[in-house]
Design a protein around this ligand. Structure first.
Ligand code: FAD
Ligand code: NAD
Length: 475
């Protein structure tokens, strides 16, 4: 007899584990199945995000930032340090400790909320049955549920003639675990992963070259921001080569030789390590049994409607395996919304106000439309901006780079988009998300008291500048 649940969640990333906890809070008898295993061999729920994504990358960004500042910026404060050295093993162990703490935390949350956690792989069969293959080699069993949420996440895209080997040619997993600073690192794809992990190893001393196929840099960001960001990254020594097509890579004598084609024809570059970060694709391998009724779309994503219902009744799908941005907070909010819908509550997600953050230095963050999107859609807008170079706190903290740019409807003044390049942009964007969620205007933000001296005054000034009444810049 199959064990019965109200809800089975397949996948324990930020989409799945959050959905399971919320459902359990709402009184549903809930199970969550996930196969992730930590470096210590123990179950490690939390998916890509906690194990090999958001959290470990931020841990390394933080460690490398300290080292970089020590080398380059402390002198200006009158601080001199002799013989500073980087011990990569300690840095990686710190990162692993943070991951272990957080995945252990998810296990505890499962216990605390009475979520039945199965360490293994789930396969959806017809009739809302799930086949569970335990990771410890135990007996395959069947579980049954009234409702099912699929949250199987995504995996890195591989490109032709560039085979991952886990040592020289790596994806995010390998680049989060180098045991020494590679003298040179090639990065295919100057997107979010390439910029973040490229920054980590550059700060620690690698020569980093990013090979980007598109002729433009960071195309999903506002053009003013991506142009300024490219300038900042160049100053830091990140060598970003646009319009560069990689044709193949081979490993020979501890080196990776990459054949590429750019405006000047075909050439070759050699690196100690090569990171391939050209995007991710939904992961559904082994997830769907024939006859389960769940369809994929032409992009390999699980087909869902606006409220995350799949094509099979009672089966939902969330996170990276469905349409929409591949972001942890998007996955989690979808998980909460679906759990609430299953429990009979109203729920919705406002995809227009999902913020994006790139954790480089300076950080890049945005919400809503870019100026180009507004132009393409023929929407009349007003723009305001404010540079951090004119913000007292930014100067005091040694962070003068970047700006805040705000876009508002020309007639109603409703905020349509905010784009930030600067220190703590990841935190500053929240105020703008809240304003947009409440359909706030630039005048609303302009009238709100912002503490002095704070970086958030730049948001305030950008809002004032929409109406050409900024105080600390020309209008
Ligand atoms: P996942 O986190 O991928 O989790 C899916 C889980 O399902 C996995 O544990 C998988 O093993 C499991 N699974 C798959 N198939 C089955 C099956 N058949 N049975 C049982 N379990 C299964 N996003 C941000 O918002 N901010 C960031 O700073 C950020 N940084 C990132 C850095 C890197 C290097 C990478 C690679 C990604 C980053 N992301 C970031 C993206 C973020 O990790 C994903 O958007 C997020 O993890 C998606 O959550 P998810 O729950 O949909 O999928
Ligand atoms: P990405 O889509 O951000 O960037 C991939 C880049 O590779 C693009 O610029 C693309 O033009 C380029 N590219 C594609 N094919 C190429 C080729 N053959 N040769 C050279 N360049 C090529 O993808 P990613 O950096 O791999 O990250 C995957 C996803 O993970 C992101 O889209 C994002 O959703 C998520 N993520 C988020 C964060 C964050 O929120 N801070 C951090 C990391 C990852």
């Amino acid at each position: 007899m199959a064990e019965k649940f109200d809800l089975i969640v397949i996948g324990g990333g930020p989409g799945g584990y959050v959905a399971a906890i919320r459902a359990a809070q709402l009184g549903l008898r809930t199970a969550c199945i996930d196969p992730f295993t930590g470096k210590d061999g123990k179950p490690a729920p939390g998916g890509t995000c906690l194990n090999v994504g958001c959290i470990p990358s931020k841990a390394l960004l933080d460690s490398s930032k300290h080292y970089h500042h020590l080398q380059n910026d402390y002198g200006a404060h009158g601080i001199s340090v002799k013989d500073a050295a980087m011990d990569v093993t300690t840095m990686i162990a710190r990162k692993d400790g943070i991951v272990k703490k957080l995945t252990g935390g998810v296990s505890q949350l499962f216990k605390g909320n009475k979520v039945a956690y199965f360490h293994g792989k789930g396969r959806l069969l017809a009739g809302k049955l799930v086949e569970l293959t335990p990771s410890d080699g135990g007996e395959v069993q069947q579980l049954e549920a009234g409702q099912i949420i699929l949250a199987s996440g995504s995996v890195p895209i591989q490109i032709p003639n560039v085979e991952f080997d886990g040592e020289y040619i790596v994806d995010n997993v390998g680049a989060l675990d180098f045991d020494a600073v590679p003298a040179s690192l090639g990065v295919i794809g100057a997107g979010v992963v390439g910029l973040e992990l490229g920054s980590v190893w550059k700060r620690l001393g690698s020569e980093v070259i990013l090979l980007e196929a598109l002729p433009d840099f960071l195309t999903m960001a506002d053009k003013d921001v991506s142009k300024l960001a490219a300038r900042e990254f160049k100053k830091q020594g990140l060598d970003i080569r646009l319009g560069t097509l990689v044709k193949g890579a081979v490993v020979n004598k501890d080196k990776v030789t990459v054949t590429l084609e750019d405006g000047e024809g075909e050439s070759q570059l050699s690196f100690d390590r090569l990171l391939v970060s050209v995007g991710r694709k939904p992961y559904t391998e082994g997830l769907l049994d024939e006859g389960c009724g769940v369809q994929l779309n032409e992009r390999g994503q699980i087909q869902v409607d606006d409220q995350s219902r799949s094509t099979a009744p009672g089966v939902w799908a969330i996170g990276d395996c469905v349409r929409g941005p591949m972001l942890a907070h998007k996955a989690s909010e979808e998980g909460i919304a679906v759990a609430e819908l299953i429990a009979g509550k109203p729920a919705h997600i406002h995809f227009d106000t999902v913020p994006w953050v790139v954790y480089t230095e300076p950080e890049i963050a945005w919400v809503g439309k870019t100026e180009q999107e507004l132009q393409d859609a023929g929407i009349d807008y007003k723009a305001g901006s404010f540079p951090f170079a004119a913000n007292g706190r930014a100067l005091a903290g040694g962070n003068p780079a970047g700006l805040v740019k705000m876009l508002a409807d020309a007639e109603t003044d409703e905020i349509l988009g905010v784009h930030i390049l600067g220190a703590n942009a990841s935190e500053l964007i929240s105020e703008c998300v809240v304003a947009m969620e409440f359909q706030g205007s630039s005048e609303d933000l302009a009238r709100i008291v912002h503490a002095h001296p704070t970086l958030s005054e730049a948001v305030h000034e950008a809002a004032l500048h929409v109406d050409k009444r900024a105080i600390h810049r020309g209008n």
